[in-house]
Design a protein around this ligand. Structure first.
Ligand code: IFM
Length: 454
């Protein structure tokens, strides 16, 4: 029996500019923080960089051909700010022209483009001006958004401002594992606030440009929190992590401001509240058409006896709690596989913001795949997709308003600080020859799309 999804459900795959494009100096592209970071010894595993990546800049037509062959009707991609504006502020028409070609090719093949304006690759020139802790960047981002929207808004209807501001702020400026590699917890909170401001400004700019049927969203990554013990100490540990990971961004977007308890958790850093100017929270709370939801794994939280004790928690400013290792089946990244947490998350979101339709903007898993006789039998990924798409279906049956599911990722690609060691694609990429091979998961996903169900 097919477990069918609602009519019009959006199926697709996703990628991001720095992870797939390569051609990092072509057609006037300026350096981004990821070019700088990856060039620094010891930052990225094996010294990998995005210089070639999947050569999507050159092979985009071939890659769109694969989507077409698989019958996948949506493609989520991101625009590299430093291609369109090499210094973050001055337009480079040749960079913009690439996205023009990409969008036209998608439409020619009957594939709906879903465009993300920012997926972590800040122009280096703007980092030199202070990066996201500098609130002027919110205004520059709005100018960039308006430029891209003016060029493509006649053909692209689905706009996402920012992908996972959590990672851009907390990993980029907090623990420094991502570009620009800064370790400053107080600055990370300010960066996070400014990313939300940037979203608000850009949303307003896109809407001011006008256009029919335009949808504006932001994509947030969520990690539901689990505890072993149901007592007040464990509940408080989980609450702290949940508020910073899952509600720091969501609540202000919904017009509710930062949760009061979270402001208290972070008060000792002394940076967030002074960064919130009059009017900021109204600007951030622009009405959204959709919320993009990225889900990969839950987090297990425990309280610490001594509030100041060392913690492995990677989030800035949290005290008195720690995170535990994953359990059971894990992906090659070491992420716990727990589809029921995905259902719980979607149901919680539906309860927390019932008016806001959800789209799963990323979900997927990395495993060590091999090509054998021209095939990739990635049965673990097939199982992962079956279970997680099933979890989305469960949530819809129980009332969640989920409108789409995008698999991460179309292609194996540059997985940030892990370089090329984590393969998330439904298409295998040989990074030497650039040969693409459809994995079994690509055929499985194509079948789900064709049936609109499992
Ligand atoms: O590859 C990333 C993507 O860029 C953002 N979301 C998580 C993915 C897997 O780590």
């Amino acid at each position: 029996m097919t477990r069918e999804f609602p009519a019009g459900f959006r199926w697709g795959t996703a990628t991001a500019a720095y992870q797939v494009e390569g051609s990092t100096t072509a057609d006037g592209r300026g350096p981004s923080i990821w070019d700088t970071f990856a060039a620094q010894p010891g930052r990225v595993l094996d010294g990998a960089t995005g210089e070639r990546a999947c050569e999507h800049y050159l092979r985009y037509a071939e890659d769109i051909g694969l989507l077409n062959e698989l019958g996948i009707p949506h493609y989520r991609f991101s625009v590299a700010w430093s291609r369109v504006m090499p210094d973050g502020r001055t337009i480079e028409p040749r960079g913009l022209a690439f996205y023009d070609r990409l969008v036209d090719k998608l439409l020619e093949r009957g594939i709906t483009p879903m465009l993300t304006l920012y997926h972590w690759d800040l122009p280096q020139a703007l980092q030199d001006a202070g990066g996201w802790p500098n609130r002027d960047l919110a205004g520059y981002f709005a100018d960039y958004a308006q430029t891209v929207h003016k060029a493509l808004g006649d053909r692209v209807r689905q706009w996402t401002t920012i992908n996972e501001p959590f990672c851009a702020a907390f990993i980029g400026y907090g623990n420094g594992d991502h570009a620009p590699g800064i370790q400053d917890e107080g600055a990370a909170l300010v960066a996070a606030h400014n990313l939300l401001l940037a979203h608000g400004h850009a949303t307003r700019a896109i809407r001011a440009n006008g256009g029919d049927g335009q949808e504006v969203s932001i994509v947030l990554n969520f990690s539901p929190v689990l505890t072993d013990v149901d007592d007040s100490a464990h509940r408080e540990a989980a609450r702290k992590f949940d508020f910073l990971h899952n509600r720091f961004f969501l609540d202000p977007l919904l017009g509710r401001g930062y949760p009061a308890a979270l402001l208290e958790d972070l008060a000792h850093l002394g940076t967030l509240e002074p960064a919130i100017a009059d009017g900021d929270l109204d600007l951030i709370a622009q009405p959204l058409d959709l919320l993009g939801v990225n889900y990969y794994a839950p987090t297990r939280a425990v309280p610490l006896d001594a509030p100041e004790a060392d913690s492995n928690c990677p989030l800035p400013g949290l005290r008195g709690m720690d995170v535990q290792p994953p359990r059971g089946d894990v992906t090659s990244f070491g992420w716990e596989q727990r589809p029921e947490s995905f259902t719980d998350l979607l149901l919680w979101l539906h309860e927390h913001c019932p008016e806001l339709p959800l789209v799963v903007a990323e979900n997927g898993a990395a495993f060590a795949d091999e090509v054998v006789d021209g095939r990739v039998h990635d049965e673990k990924r097939v199982r992962y997709f079956a279970e997680h798409i099933g979890a989305v279906h469960d949530a819809i049956e129980r009332g969640a308003d989920v409108r789409g599911y995008l698999a991460w990722s179309l292609l194996d690609n540059f997985e940030w600080a892990r370089g090329y060691t984590q393969r998330f694609g439904i298409v295998h990429v040989d990074f030497e020859t650039q040969e693409r091979v459809l994995k079994d998961s690509a055929r499985f996903f194509a079948d789900v799309v064709a049936r609109n169900g499992l």
